[in-house]
Ligand binder design. Structure first.
Ligand SMILES: *Cc1c(COP(=O)(O)O)cnc(C)c1O
Length: 511
């Protein structure tokens, strides 16, 4: 078995984190295995095992199970708890991953979403027997419409990216209805990768708008690209530079004048909620990421919720199922939706996410949401200001809820942004988003969120400063980081393309 490298706890920040098991935490369970050791003995012993086999049928039983470790219940429990602690998580560490809004998710929301009335409800339950769940969804739709300043909301999309696809399919349906089908969608050069991907999936060509060097879109550039084949502009606001688009209203007017629509990517609503509404900016469609802004746990690919909100002229095209009010005040799924783009997924979205988001909105209230946005902005401005001498901002415009920083370490010490990010892990921080947006070479995109304290931000700033100075004084130390984690630098491409998700005896022996 591979032996873990000796752990170097050389940073102040790591002191509390230095008590690690002496050995490979994953391999430990194999070392502890002894023949015949059992966690649970089922009543009836071998006889009941034989009976279970008979009931299951031989074809459902794996023959290659042999070689699995045999351990007691506490050994198994410790194994899985150890594994869970090898991960970085928002509940354990500061997690300033830009654009992802890794804010605190109050466990109260989990408790409410786990009420038996919700969890025991089968998604195929007839509407008559699920009035409470439908009412929750209708109320959440109304709250999101109020927050975004839009007229109607569908909770169907399961992620931001699916909200984008739904939005573009609605643009296409709207064009068809008017007999004016168009070919292209304009996207700024700072866009999130899902934006061009959604356009392609929806059958549109992408025209790239160049941002001003200060990091925002100019109405002049949009007018230059606009023609009678332009279906829409898809833009994030505040954009991925963390800057509020100052010319958004003028841009919306220019689009509308030419019969094109404004799609606002609302992934960055954590800077706006309770303060400014996309509807007031001229947006025709906006998606929200409930798993970002509205405090539901995310990461690792799901589950999520990406509701789409539209102005009245697009309401007929919203995906189904739509919730409607009955004459008697109850709720039902609307039957007649001839112009709808149809179903996006099975059933009604990830309902648990919807319950969490609704609980969060009620707990915060309008004033609480506005405070959260303001503090998110304050925290980003604070980090940006404190780091300015070593990591200058990519733009002179004021930052909203996240800031994009740069550095000269590549030129001065051959230390890359990736090296800095890896070194931050040794200090107990999840790194910020790196190399995004693409228009900023070596970008560090930091989103502290509103739920972090001044003390946490100060510790993060101190770590960033220390790493900068270390990169100049002892660059090798930074270039070979992390030094304190079980795994150093993984081959991320291979890990993503050929993930090993299951233990196999052969793999373990090879190691
Ligand atoms: C996260 C994000 C998306 C995509 O949302 P998912 O829920 O991850 O599909 C789109 N645009 C921006 C700006 C984002 O940050």
């Amino acid at each position: 078995m591979a032996v873990v490298k000796k752990i170097e706890a050389d940073n102040l920040a790591l002191k509390s984190d230095s008590a690690r098991p002496d050995g490979d935490p994953i391999a430990l369970i194999f070392d502890e295995s002894a023949p015949g050791r059992r966690g649970v003995d089922f009543p009836g012993g071998a006889a009941s095992e034989a009976r279970a086999l008979e009931l299951l049928g031989g074809e459902l039983c794996r023959a290659d199970i042999d070689g699995f470790p045999e351990v007691s219940e506490p050994q198994a429990l410790r194994h899985f708890l150890r594994l869970s602690q090898l991960n970085f998580g928002q509940a354990l560490q500061f997690y300033p991953l830009g654009s992802c809004t890794m804010k605190y998710n109050p466990p109260l929301n989990d408790e409410l979403a786990a009420l038996p009335g919700f969890t025991a409800l089968h998604p195929a339950t007839p509407a008559d027997l699920a009035q409470g769940a439908l009412e929750l969804m209708a109320r959440l739709e109304a709250a999101l419409a109020a927050i975004t300043g839009m007229d109607a909301v569908s909770l169907a999309p399961a992620a931001g990216a699916q909200g984008e696809l739904a939005g573009l399919l609605m643009v296409r349906a709207w064009e068809r209805k008017r007999g004016d089908v168009r070919r292209k969608v304009i996207i700024p050069d700072t866009a999130h990768g899902t934006n061009p991907a959604s356009c392609t999936l929806a059958g549109y060509e992408v025209a790239v708008a160049k941002s001003h060097r200060r990091g925002y879109l100019e109405a002049r550039e949009i007018r230059r690209l606009l023609d009678d084949q332009t279906a829409a502009l898809m833009v994030t606001n505040p954009n991925t530079m963390g800057i509020f688009e100052p010319e958004i209203e003028e841009i919306a007017a220019a689009l509308h004048e030419r019969g094109a629509l404004l799609y606002l990517d609302g992934a960055n609503m954590n800077a706006l909620m309770g303060v400014a509404k996309p509807g007031d900016m001229g947006a025709d469609i906006v998606h929200l990421n409930l798993h970002k802004t509205f405090s539901t746990p995310h990461g690792g690919g799901g589950p999520g919720a990406g509701p789409v909100a539209v102005k009245a002229h697009l309401e007929p095209f919203l995906p189904i199922p739509r919730i409607a009010r009955r004459a008697d005040g109850g709720y039902e799924f609307a039957a007649e939706r001839p112009d709808s783009i149809g179903r996006l997924r099975s059933y009604h979205g990830n309902f648990g996410m919807l319950a969490r988001a609704y609980a969060y909105i009620l707990a915060m209230g309008a004033d609480g949401l506005a405070d959260a946005s303001r503090i998110a902005i304050l925290n980003a401005a604070y980090v940006r200001k404190r780091l300015e001498s070593r990591y200058p901002s990519a733009s002179a415009e004021p930052a909203m809820h996240e800031c994009v920083l740069t550095h000269k370490l590549e030129a001065r010490a051959h230390v890359s942004t990736l090296d800095l990010a890896k070194r931050l892990l040794d200090y107990g921080f999840h790194p910020p988003t790196i190399y995004f947006p693409l228009v900023v070479p070596g970008a560090l995109m930091i989103e502290p969120t509103e739920t972090e304290s001044r003390e946490t931000l100060d510790r993060f700033v101190a770590a960033m400063e220390q790493i900068y100075d270390e990169a100049l004084a002892a660059p090798e130390r930074v270039k070979t980081a992390p030094h304190t984690l079980r795994l150093g630098r993984v081959d991320e491409v291979t890990a993503a393309r050929h993930p090993i998700l299951r233990w196999r005896r052969d793999d373990a022996e090879r190691e």
